[in-house]
Design a binder for this molecule. Sequence first.
Ligand SMILES: NC(=O)c1ccc[n+]([C@@H]2O[C@H](COP(=O)([O-])OP(=O)(O)OC[C@H]3O[C@@H](n4cnc5c(N)ncnc54)[C@H](OP(=O)(O)O)[C@@H]3O)[C@@H](O)[C@H]2O)c1
Length: 333
Amino acid sequence: MKYRAETRRYEDMEYRRCGESGLALSALSLGLWHNFGQEADSQAAKAMVECAFDRGITHFDLANNYGPPPGSAEERFGRILRESLSPYRDELVISTKAGYTMWPGPYGDWGSRKYLVASLDQSLKRMGLEYVDIFYHHRPDPNTPLEETMGALSHLVNQGKALYVGISNYKADEAKRAMALLKEAGTPCILNQVRYSILDRWVEKDGLLDAMANRCGTICFSPLAQGLLSSTYLDGSIPQGSRAREDHFLKQKMITPYRVQLLNELNTIARSRGQSLSQMAISWLLKDERITSVLIGARTTAQLRENIDALSNTAPFTAEEREAIDRVSERWG
Ligand SMILES: NC(=O)c1ccc[n+]([C@@H]2O[C@H](COP(=O)([O-])OP(=O)(O)OC[C@H]3O[C@@H](n4cnc5c(N)ncnc54)[C@H](OP(=O)(O)O)[C@@H]3O)[C@@H](O)[C@H]2O)c1
């Protein structure tokens, strides 16, 4: 049956502006790093994208290397667009990135102009798009002048292949330099995409949010610490199908009995707030207005729905709750 988007899709979602730009993102964005590659269940992938859009998520985040194999998440997303979401293209913010290994030889990685320009062309072909809304440099490159990398991003905006540009995994000092270069080029940096969660607080130690000074937005990835901040591991087991089962990006050795106990302590706080652990992890990030969007991953529509429902609990965190969460986070190490 032909997909028709939910007519009330904008009623319950919050939209936050990316820094000083005119672009607003849904407070939750859907990431396609896992569960959208060639080996993923195609019906489940399509159902998640449609469910997200029906609930007001406008932003879908990809990268050249998402899969496996690399490139296959973009191909699958392209198919989903053609099958259902293409009539809504102007309501979507589609992002992709380049910065990690994509093809062999010296031109398929890092941050040269040669790599970034070729990579975006490949991404556009895979997704069947004329332009992406946001193109990111995926990680800082210590061996390429930042002027060259930022110059390549600007060039792609001027060519019309990206509407906006962003950076990812840039620390405060590098981010400030990148922002200055992009501003000077007339193509401001609108987002820095960084790992941030209750359990991973480097952003706070680095002073990143202050450095962005609301001129550039911040979008957080792995808000559930790849699923640790959910009900999945609370009983200490590692269920079939879970990310830790793959023991690749989320290592089983991280899930010690002591850490399971800490997750249960967080879960108790979440329950007292009337939330699941994953919902509290999302609300905890969104309480900071400097966070533009929280970039969630999901394997099933049930997980996605549970995460989106976090937005219906707008109870502020009390000082006691914040302190209790901070204490667990410090003990996590
Ligand atoms: N810029 C970068 O360098 C970078 C790096 C990483 C990610 N990202 C982006 O950020 C996105 C999100 O990252 P992430 O996938 O690590 O985020 P995440 O939301 O922390 O983890 C997603 C995983 O958590 C589990 N999960 C989600 N909701 C759940 C729920 N309600 N109940 C139980 N488990 C739940 C699922 O794991 P199971 O499969 O175990 O069920 C899911 O695959 C990526 O897709 C990508 O777009 C960017």
